[in-house]
Write a protein that binds this ligand. Structure first.
Ligand code: FES
Ligand code: FES
Length: 163
């Protein structure tokens, strides 16, 4: 590959400034896996249909399999590997509700659930199913996922109430 097929990009990854040399055809999944050894965003369908590759770019969830890595230049990327030691309330709710089996889809569901709760703090079951329609779970843990989202949303609301 010639030198012109690569470029260096700089961005904020999970709160830390980083830079990486990328090949221009790399997707965000390639960038995270090859550039940073981060495997929470997984490629499954590769067509924007399953949500397993979800990452948050500039504050919005995107399909990491379809988004070019070069688009991250100058922006922010957040992944499930946010460097926090503590689980957040969404992760805790997924564990408590048993909302996964193999776990392959779970990072994508958790990132989307955080966004869902930020957009709609009191989602109905229909709201949850509609919002997460782009995330697929081959293990079929949808009832538990809905329960986990409801649990996490309730805790989020309770935490925001004045004491
Ligand atoms: S791997 Fe990206 S949406 Fe399925
Ligand atoms: S827990 Fe296996 S694909 Fe969702």
């Amino acid at each position: 590959m010639s030198h012109s097929d690569t470029r260096t990009i700089s961005f904020t990854l999970n709160g830390k400034p980083v830079s990486a040399e990328i090949e221009i055809h790399w997707t965000l999944v390639d960038l995270l896996q090859r550039g940073f050894d981060l495997y929470g965003a997984r490629q499954s369908c590769g067509q924007g249909l399953c949500g397993c590759c979800t990452v948050v770019m500039n504050g919005k969830p995107v399909s990491g399999c379809l988004s070019l890595a070069a688009l991250a230049d100058g922006g922010t990327i957040e992944t499930i590997e946010n460097g926090e030691e503590q689980l957040d309330p969404v992760q805790e709710a997924f564990i408590e509700a048993g909302a996964f089996q193999c776990g392959f889809c779970t990072p994508g569901f958790i990132l989307m659930t955080r966004q869902l709760i930020a957009d709609n703090p009191e989602p109905s079951e229909d709201d949850i199913r509609h919002y997460l329609t782009g995330n697929l779970c081959r293990c079929g843990t949808y009832p538990q996922i809905v329960e986990a989202v409801r649990m996490a949303a309730a805790r989020h609301r309770a935490a925001r109430m004045p004491a």
